[in-house]
Ligand binder design. Structure first.
Ligand code: AN7
Length: 371
């Protein structure tokens, strides 16, 4: 029998479907490493597989043969790393028969929980600190159809309340105290090793509730146990200076930072974070809002990478503590959220401004351009 290969236009639907199936989401990609059964309903938006972008300008600034990459997790389906955890948490909630989920959030968790919940046919509830959510995140939660409840309190107050609600009412908690969240998020470490061929020497990462730093460490350790990497990275966590409870060693009652995503005073995964620090010989350090904004602008202006302010804390930390990095090493900075999440911060802190009021003529425009 001969096989006939028909010439198919690349624009035909079946072809597009085929293209999409080449990446089926992180649960399918890393199923043997995840607590997933054959019968678990997989709720996915094809998250994961995000680019590890070489940061040429940062590498050049640091010099000494240090190679810097950014893990651009803002390119996940809802624009943040939370999707990695949410595909797992919502799949497991659905498997357990949940009808509704709830989370406290500084924004990204609420967007991600809402998207995955509606995809699974579950009702999303989100509790947020009134007035402290970046605009894009609020827009997402509302459009996905979540019940958004804003309280007169901060994230830590929100988390305490949702923990109580999940105990008293039939709703599943999907904050990072839900163990499946960290299981999903650890796959980012797998992807980095799969790409680099080994773990980096340093992993720089912003820290709020310290779920992500804990998840990455789980991922690196699990891959190490399976001989997929030889090294284990030093885990370098960075908090905003006025929201730095782990650095200071005590909860912060009124945390404050331009990086609203990490405006957290009493991290849910505090103990885990300390264990990660010890096991990886890592450090927790603080970066000021000014340092965060400098890194935010540098990433955009020199690397062409637009992340949200909280994400830039990883790069701010790298630049601040670069003297500690040995020569000829590899550093990965995790960019946890997309810059489009927080357009107001971009407009407020960009160095460029719109040249307005220019008459509609070629000569005037050329003049405005400096010609
Ligand atoms: C962009 O969405 O806590 O240390 O409620 O959105 O794992 O908490 C967000 C956290 C870093 C900190 N970067 O991660 C929420 C929330 C961004 C974030 C963090 C968050 P964790």
């Amino acid at each position: 029998m001969t096989t006939r290969v028909s010439p198919v236009s690349p624009y035909q639907p079946q072809n597009r479907v085929q293209d999409q199936t080449s990446w089926s989401g992180l649960i399918e990609a890393y199923r043997p490493f995840l607590p997933i059964d054959a019968t678990t309903p997989v709720v996915t938006l094809l998250e994961g597989n995000t680019p590890l972008v070489p940061a040429f300008s940062l590498s050049e600034r640091i010099g000494r043969g240090v190679s810097v990459y950014v893990k651009y997790d803002g390119l996940n389906p809802t624009g943040s790393f939370k999707d990695r955890g949410m595909t797992m948490a919502i799949s497991k909630a659905k498997e357990a028969g949940a009808k509704a989920v709830i989370c406290a959030s500084t924004g990204n968790t609420s967007a991600s929980a809402s998207a995955y919940a509606v995809r699974a046919g579950l009702k999303p509830f989100v509790l947020i600190p009134d007035g402290y959510l970046a605009l894009g995140k609020l827009a997402q939660a509302l459009l996905y159809g979540a019940e958004v409840i804003a309280i007169d309190g901060n994230f830590d107050d929100c988390l305490n309340i949702v923990k109580g609600i999940a105990q008293d009412y039939p709703v599943t908690l999907v904050n990072s105290v839900n163990p499946y969240r960290l299981e999903g998020q650890k796959t980012a470490a797998f992807e980095i090793v799969d790409r680099l061929g080994d773990a980096p020497d340093w992993l720089c990462i912003p820290v709020g509730n310290a779920g992500n730093i804990s998840a990455y460490w789980m991922g690196f350790c699990q891959y190490h146990q399976h001989n997929k990497c030889e090294k284990l990275p030093r885990m370098m966590g960075f908090q905003a200076a006025e929201a730095a409870p782990i650095v200071q060693g005590h909860p912060v009652k009124s945390p404050n930072t331009v990086a609203t995503a990490i405006r957290i005073g009493n991290p849910a995964n505090w103990q885990r974070a300390l264990a990660v620090q010890e096991a990886s010989q890592g450090e927790f350090n603080a970066v000021s809002d000014e340092e965060i904004l400098d890194a935010y602008r540098l990433l955009a202006r020199e690397e062409g990478v637009f992340c949200e302010p909280a994400s830039a804390a990883s790069v701010a930390g790298l630049l601040k503590f670069q003297d500690q990095i040995p020569s000829n090493t590899t550093v990965v900075c995790v960019l946890t959220g997309n810059g489009l999440k927080d357009p107001q911060s971009a407009i407020d802190h960009a160095q460029s401004q719109v040249k307005a009021g220019i008459p509609s003529s070629l000569d005037e425009v050329a003049k405005a351009m400096g010609f």
